[in-house]
Design a protein around this ligand. Structure first.
Ligand code: MG
Length: 353
């Protein structure tokens, strides 16, 4: 979008494209067909004053002296699944990674790799979903790119998004900041996304009504930051699940994280699916959950603030941070034993984001 836009009149008018009703190699030519595709599909949906400038790069204004930047590529199969689609995932995934630094996400870029033969209708649904997610998150898509590859070289489309946000003053959040005594808070039940995508692929062997939790978490985080200046760590347990995320934080901070198995919420349908498939929900991906390490004395206040937001209604305390002797994650089980929870060893569920 920003790399090739000499004329932008009519940018907000979603006129149907005159070409075939699917992507052809010519849409990646950089010529007239590319311009038409960008103008009528992408600009029509993402329209904003920055995108409309039509120069080689997007001129953006940010007051803050500290920025958060994150990038993520999305290859989920199938493109649509209960609760979301690749477009919503591409926006929320990057918004969330920026927000996990305690930053206010402001701008996104979006790069599309389109497969020859992709129906316009599919692309339109994805773009509209991205626009809706960006609106919910309060971010603007200010630059982009499209490439077309031959039939068979991509599964419909892939999307890369990069996000930029401003880190608010006096916010110092990161995996290394976990402190002994911190409360470990989880924003809601785990495993919904991974199981929803598996279900959409027909790999569950039964039908389920599990929906992906994919959602932008920046408003939840804003409420948490307003409730307490003592939030030390925020992270979204995406690929690799809660277990992997907590192991990363334990390693970064040199702390031991002690979890209470019974306190970790898993929806009955997710739990049943995991049992049948031999999965541990601790390793199943989430796209609309976060885990936080918060000073113990502020934990109740933060939990209350979380529960007033849509994405934090089911927030719970699941454990505590303790000093050494090794940086690892321990789980107090329902039967009173304690076991070590390791990082995910390989790829359990490919192509889920
Ligand atoms: Mg993340």
């Amino acid at each position: 979008m920003t790399d090739e836009l000499p004329h932008l009149e009519g940018a907000v008018c979603p006129v149907p494209l005159a070409h075939n009703e699917q992507i052809v190699m010519g849409h990646g030519s950089g010529g007239k067909m590319s311009h038409d595709l960008i103008r009528k599909m992408f600009l029509a949906a993402f329209d904003n004053s920055i995108l409309r400038t039509g120069d080689d790069a997007a001129p953006i204004h940010i007051e803050a002296s500290r920025l958060a930047v994150s990038t993520d590529s999305h290859v989920v199969a199938p493109l649509f699944f209960p609760g979301g689609d690749i477009g919503k995932l591409a926006v929320c995934g990057t918004v969330n990674d920026v927000a996990m630094l305690g930053a206010r996400p402001l701008y996104l870029t979006a790069g599309f790799i389109l497969e020859e033969g992709l129906p316009f209708e599919t692309l339109r649904r994805v773009i509209e979903s991205m626009q809706a997610a960006a609106k919910e998150a309060g971010v603007q898509i200010v630059a982009g790119d499209t490439k077309v590859v031959e039939k068979g070289k991509a599964d419909g489309l892939y999307i890369n998004t990069t996000g930029i946000g401003e880190i608010l003053p006096n916010v110092h959040i990161g995996g290394a900041q976990a402190k002994a005594g911190d409360a470990v808070i989880l924003s809601g039940p785990i495993g919904d996304h991974g199981i929803a995508v598996l279900g959409a692929r027909g790999e569950l062997g039964f039908t389920s009504d599990i929906r992906s939790d994919v959602a932008p978490l920046n408003h939840l985080i804003a409420a948490m930051l307003e409730a307490s200046p003592n939030i030390h760590v925020l992270r979204d347990p995406t690929r690799g699940g809660l277990a992997t995320t907590l192991n990363e934080i334990a390693a970064q901070s040199g702390m031991t994280i002690l979890l209470d198995e019974q306190a970790i919420p898993v929806r009955p349908a997710v739990s049943a699916a995991c049992e049948m498939l031999g999965f541990d929900p601790l390793y199943v991906a989430n796209e609309g959950k976060l885990v936080a390490m918060v000073a113990k004395e502020d934990a109740e206040r933060v939990l209350s603030a979380m529960r007033t937001t849509r994405c934090g209604e089911e927030a719970v305390l699941i454990g505590e941070v303790t000093a050494g002797p090794q940086s690892r994650v321990l789980l107090r089980t329902a039967i009173g034993t304690t076991r070590v929870v390791d990082m995910l060893a390989g790829e359990m569920l490919p192509r889920i984001c």
